[in-house]
Design a protein around this ligand. Structure first.
Ligand SMILES: Cc1cc2nc3c(=O)[nH]c(=O)nc-3n(C[C@H](O)[C@H](O)[C@H](O)COP(=O)(O)O)c2cc1C
Length: 150
């Protein structure tokens, strides 16, 4: 990640402490601040990983929002799920087979009008509570027009 005068550019997933840590955090927060809610964002490295985390959340006392991140670009050799429409449907079918708490998805940016229609058509088939768009635009480039003289 690099900070810039008007923002930042990054090529990283936010390092984090893992689900156990943050589930414990939101459960404590839920107890300490009744009436408020949290967004717990999860991104697994495989479908099994995502389902396992969502089972853990489903079986917990957490009642807040969960964001399933379909825009996780960090698995070498695989496109992010959000760019594989058949896979999105497979993932959401498996998730809503058992998950009943408020759940939304985080999407990558789309650039073609046909893709807007295709992803909307799939998302509308599921009882999503929210849709979070968008993750950072990929393949960004920052050019310093006034480089320092060497
Ligand atoms: C250093 C850094 C790390 C990020 N890591 C993640 C991440 O692990 N997962 C994710 O979904 N988004 C990640 N993002 C994206 C943000 O969550 C957010 O969606 C994005 O920055 C908003 O779009 P914008 O950068 O175009 O304003 C990261 C952003 C930054 C700056």
């Amino acid at each position: 990640m690099h900070t810039l005068p008007k923002g930042s550019i990054n090529s990283m997933g936010l390092p984090n402490e893992g689900l156990d840590y943050y589930l414990d955090f939101v459960l404590q927060d839920q107890a300490n601040r009744p009436g408020t809610t949290n967004f717990l964002s999860v991104a697994g490295t495989s479908l099994e990983d995502n389902l396992s985390m969502l089972h853990q959340i489903q079986d917990s006392a957490y009642t807040g929002f969960v964001e399933l991140n379909l825009s996780c670009p960090n698995v070498p050799g695989h496109p992010q799920v959000g760019y594989d429409f058949d896979r999105v449907k497979t993932v959401l079918t498996a998730v809503f087979d058992f998950y009943t708490k408020p759940l939304g998805v985080k999407l990558p940016p789309y650039f073609d009008l046909v893709h807007f229609d295709q992803i909307a058509d799939i998302l509308n088939q599921f009882p999503l509570t929210f849709v979070n768009s968008i993750n950072s635009i990929g393949n960004g480039l920052v050019i310093d027009l006034m480089p320092k003289k060497l």
